[in-house]
Design a protein around this ligand. Structure first.
Ligand SMILES: NC(=O)C1=CN([C@@H]2O[C@H](COP(=O)(O)OP(=O)(O)OC[C@H]3O[C@@H](n4cnc5c(N)ncnc54)[C@H](O)[C@@H]3O)[C@@H](O)[C@H]2O)C=CC1
Ligand SMILES: O=C(O)C(=O)COP(=O)(O)O
Length: 527
């Protein structure tokens, strides 16, 4: 049974997804202060949040059972992603469910700002009939500058065009061709700042975007510019915005998000030309339903061993590609696990070669599984595909991926090679059509071994009688040999024998095997 903590309120349609499962229990405890969350987090396998709860490194360090953090929304700036990755905790979000809601809210804010609707409404509610005070400006033929033309920015662009605005956008991934197709003017960051009558930001809050609209940016803007932030507090430097509004450079601002939420400093909110909502961009019934369902499905998938759709700290793989590569995950992990048992020194470099039909597929997720298999032997079962590459880097192990289209007789092959100061060891495996995974090479020897169960790898001299001696010794320990594979470099030279046996070979049996004079090395692996 997995315990899930819902730390921020999430729509019941999502919770229904979880509650239908017999594998999970959901505890709803919203509004915990950081200290309380820190004290309780070790009880939980999964954590569900929106933007209120800050999932800091301190909390993650205490989350000894946590496997997944689900963010019912887009922005993950409230979660310490580096810490989550380091501790092998997958973070998932719900990137699509609130796009429409946020775009509609942005348009509502732009219109309300232009026609001073909140101010006029407030006056009238206070029984003041102030018609001449609230003269607005039209949107038609004005230029809307969009910084960040992703999901929400794009939807805002289409809506603004419906208002007959000219739209100009800057996004590092926007090409001139794409802009033309969308009917949007293409510009650099500064072009947008200089030409727009309205500027709306739709980037995530990142190191690079924090305070990207600061004093210098305001300096470049047109006089009487209108500023809109329905993305994240901190993208616009609030002190610079305040100065621009007070100096008259900016005519008004509409803000849904603040650098500190709930607000501490209300200077900006007190300005009459500022209209504001308390982070309501995603607060529609529809959006909350969408994001809750999406995130809860991913949380349940992960806890029950399925792949997630919207990982944040892992690259996501489209389902058609995933169906091609997923069968290799298990093989890659087994190869890594097998090889690390043959590796006697500290691994310094790992090369993974993909060949045949694996030479042109997305290999990164397969690599993560190979590295997971390699590291788990010494670092334990907390190594997973979220933190495998991070942990390898921390241990100064460099990982290289290589592709070749040629395979020696196999349609697909993965070779994992480990370099240590004493040499190089490698193992290759393939998926045989209809027959499953096979280890087909160990160093320069050809073999055919199913990577399952109890395996003994014996390096020996190719002399008559060795196989018999070894068989008798195992029989003495009541060990039955299920399969045996033998290969040699040349007659009478070095040879390898790989046995699959029916039960675990205890240390005393292993030591006795090592004592046989023809045997140079024995390794037991449980796969
Ligand atoms: N107020 C609210 O309730 C909501 C706020 N949001 C915020 O909106 C943000 C955007 O959401 P989506 O459009 O769904 O994300 P998205 O990932 O589809 O779009 C973000 C875009 O910003 C661009 N970008 C990144 N750095 C940039 C830079 N330095 N300059 C210009 N563009 C840059 C990216 O290339 C991307 O196209 C979220 O990260 C979240 O913080 C999202 C939903 C609701
Ligand atoms: O999805 C986002 O990034 C949002 O900002 C929405 O936040 P919320 O879930 O409403 O706290």
């Amino acid at each position: 049974m997995f315990n899930i903590l819902m730390a921020d309120p999430i729509s019941h349609e999502g919770l229904d997804v979880l509650q239908k499962s017999e594998f999970v229990t959901v505890v709803g405890d919203t509004g915990l202060i950081p200290e309380e969350l820190k004290n309780r987090i070790s009880e939980f396998d999964a954590l569900l949040v929106r933007s209120q709860t800050k999932v800091t490194r301190e909390i993650i360090e205490k989350a000894i059972n946590l496997k997944i953090i689900g963010r019912a929304g887009v922005g993950v700036d409230n979660i310490d992603l580096d810490a989550a990755t380091e501790y092998g905790i997958i973070v998932v979000n719900a990137p699509n469910g609130n796009t429409n809601s946020a775009a509609e809210h942005t348009m509502a804010m732009i219109m309300a700002l232009s026609r001073k609707i909140p101010q006029a409404h407030f006056a009238l509610k206070n029984h003041r009939w102030e018609r001449s005070k609230y003269v607005g400006v039209e949107l038609k033929n004005k230029t809307l500058g969009i910084i960040g033309l992703g999901r929400i920015g794009t939807e805002v662009a289409y809506r603004a065009k419906g208002q007959r605005m000219n739209v100009m956008a800057y996004d590092p991934f926007l090409t001139e061709e794409k802009a033309e197709k969308m009917g949007v003017d293409y510009g650099g960051f500064e072009d947008v700042l200089k030409q727009a009558d309205y500027i709306t930001v739709h980037t995530p809050l990142l190191k690079e975007t924090r305070h990207m609209i600061g004093p210098e940016a305001f300096e470049m803007m047109k006089n009487d510019v209108h500023i809109v932030n329905c993305a994240r507090g901190g993208i616009i430097d609030e002190a610079a915005l305040y100065d621009a509004l007070v100096s008259g450079k900016a005519a008004g601002a509409a803000i849904d998000v603040l650098e500190e939420e709930p607000f501490q400093d209300h200077r900006l909110l007190d300005l009459p030309q500022v209209i504001a909502t308390p982070h309501l961009g995603a607060s529609t019934v529809e959006a909350q339903e969408n994001v809750a369902i999406d995130v809860c499905q991913d949380v349940l998938s992960h806890l029950t061993g399925d792949l997630v759709k919207n990982p944040v700290n892992l690259s996501s793989v489209p389902s058609d590609i995933l169906s091609q590569i997923e069968p290799y995950f298990h093989l890659a992990e087994k190869l890594g696990h097998f090889l690390i048992h043959l590796t006697k020194d500290v691994p310094e470099e790992v090369n993974i070669y993909y060949s045949g039909k694996l030479s042109d597929v997305k290999i990164a997720p397969i690599t993560r599984n190979a590295v997971k298999g390699l590291l788990q032997r010494h670092l334990g079962s907390h190594v997973n595909d979220v933190n495998a590459l991070y942990l390898a880097e921390k241990k100064d192990i460099t990982i290289h991926e290589n592709r070749t289209s040629t395979t020696k007789g196999f349609t697909n092959m993965i070779t994992v090679e480990v370099k240590t100061k004493s040499g190089v060891r490698r193992v290759s495996g393939t998926l045989l059509n209809g027959l499953g995974a096979r280890i087909v090479r160990v160093d320069h020897y050809s073999v055919d071994v199913m990577p399952e169960g109890h395996i003994v790898i014996i390096h020996h001299q190719d002399l008559p009688g060795v196989i018999g001696k070894m068989g008798s010794l195992l029989a003495k320990h009541d060990i039955n040999i299920a399969t045996m594979q033998v290969d040699r470099s040349d007659i009478g030279g070095d040879a390898i024998m790989i046995l699959t046996i029916d039960k675990y070979l205890e240390k005393d049996g292993l030591d006795e095997l090592k004592e046989l004079e023809e045997i140079t090395d024995v390794t037991a692996v449980d796969l």
